[in-house]
Design a protein around this ligand. Structure first.
Ligand SMILES: [Zn+2]
Length: 240
């Protein structure tokens, strides 16, 4: 057991339950305007998904969590106040903000899968608003079709499944996207977190996701633009 002042891994509660919004924890390390907790439901800024915000309540006050960052095994909660080590806290994640991030991030997964199914090469970049492709033959008509398919999958309420796979058992042969992704993950990570959106998308991801596609909601817009150096950029937005 790590004592106060000792670096100890924070249990990432968000990894097992992306709909957990309140939790109890203890401050195990502090610094100026930050704390590290023994467990947390606050998702840190990583994998293209922004960090959560919210509050930490404790016996004599409340601190706003303004940003959460993961460094090594530690999850830093940046606050507008200082909290002493050893303090028990009750964390409350700002759910509307998290849900909006989660819906857009899950949409990014589904769009990636649907565009891949058209035979496109792997995307070179994506975030909560766009996907970028190098030397792609993607057409306006295909993007219109992708929107129709996306909304269909949302209506179908396909399950989003999160599970762990042994790195050694993952077959990456003939899949440049998986090969590139695996290269970026540190060698000592043996269990990879997989996320499947129905049968339409499957990838490694450490982020937070909706439970099923109806939670994502329909696309409000999708468009195809020319990016720099011949890139094709798919912009998308969801209904709020
Ligand atoms: Zn993800």
């Amino acid at each position: 057991m790590g004592g106060i002042g000792v670096s100890a891994m924070s249990v990432p509660l968000y990894a097992d339950d992306s709909h957990l919004t309140e939790f109890d924890a203890t401050v195990i390390r502090t610094g100026p305007r930050f704390v590290i907790l023994d467990r947390t439901a606050f998702y840190p800024d990583m994998g293209g998904q922004p960090s959560d915000v919210g509050v930490l309540r404790y016996a004599v006050g409340e601190a706003r969590v303004t940003k959460v960052m993961k460094r090594g095994q530690d999850i830093f909660h940046y606050l507008d106040a200082d909290i002493p080590p050893g303090t028990p806290v009750h964390g409350i994640v700002d759910w509307p903000a998290r849900r909006w991030n989660m819906r857009r991030h899950s949409a990014e997964h589904l769009l990636t899968g649907l565009i891949e199914a058209l035979g496109e090469p792997p995307k070179v970049y994506s975030d909560l608003e766009r996907l970028e492709y190098q030397s792609s033959g993607l057409t306006e008509e295909q993007v219109v079709e992708v929107k129709r398919r996306f909304d269909e999958v949302v209506d179908e309420d396909a399950p989003v499944r999160v599970y762990y796979e042994d790195r050694a058992k993952i077959d990456t042969s003939g899949d440049p996207r998986k090969q590139a992704f695996l290269r970026k993950i540190p060698r000592d990570v043996e269990l990879l977190r997989m996320v499947d959106v129905g049968t339409y998308a499957s990838t490694f991801c450490f982020g937070t996701h909706v439970k099923s596609t109806s939670e994502i909601g329909h696309l409000a817009s999708i468009s195809l633009d020319e990016g720099k150096k011949g890139k094709r950029v798919v912009h998308f937005s969801l209904n709020p």
